[in-house]
Design a protein around this ligand. Sequence first.
Ligand code: RIB
Ligand code: CA
Length: 308
Amino acid sequence: MQRVLLDVDTGIDDTLAISYAVRSTELDVIGITTCFGNVSVDQATDNTLHVLEQLEVDIPIAKGEGKPLFHPMHKSYSTHFHGENGLANQSVSRSDKHLPKHASQFIIEQVKKYPHEITIICVGSLTNLALTIMQEPEIISLVKNVVVMGGAVRVPGNNQMHAEANIYADPEAADIVFRSGIPITLVGLDVTMKTALSKKEIQKWKNHNTKVSNFLYEITDYYIDRYRNYYGDRDYCALHDPLAVAVAIDPSLVTIEPMVVSIDLEGLYSYGRTVADLRERCTDKPNVNVCVAVDSERFLAHFLQHIV
Ligand code: RIB
Ligand code: CA
């Protein structure tokens, strides 16, 4: 089993990613760290504890950053997709059952405990990871891999014209991570927007009628409605965060191209854009393994097999 840490801004697709990772036989989720993004970091932490309670598993959770590293918040929370509390407005109680240490401290401890073994799956802003790297650069060479759900390399952004939400939430943090030399696999909108979970599929969760399947059905049904409301033309949602988990489980689900990728920190129209050097003769050393194509059918089949 592969040891993984999840860094989340729990949200609905984060919930699906957590459930998928916890239930997959290939991954051992040794801890979860939380950050701001879809909702505040406090809410993301409560939501994560709530999800683990639904799943009836006990995994250590460490709360992380509540705002970008160097600037005040500029991105609003994604309540239009995830509901006011990030979990489709389901009732979630406040809790302080998280570890009494910061996410970055927890990541450092775990990576040092299991050198070269841990894959970190980041499905929110890269703030916690950037802070971790700043505090303990040694982890760069001790982490096995970082799978990032974020960015849009050859496709438009979602939160902004060119920028994807997780990178846009804290571009300076993403810049630190991308320049650090830590191994990165980028699962961006190039591939996540090619995945789809339909109302028809989740109906089976409802028929399954367990505590977890009903919970996942309710929140995902809401998420698909919000997708239709936003895009106007679809009865499905993309599986952004679950695809990052899938790539950690089985990289053969995607086609990977090593590229030189930078984060735009200046652009008037493209602040937070993942800018790849796509020239035929790029002589710089690639810093990111970019997922450029996905076997969506095989991914969906694996996801559905494990999720409930
Ligand atoms: O752009 C999609 C990403 O933004 C997902 O991780 C979603 O949960 C939000 O954080
Ligand atoms: Ca997320």
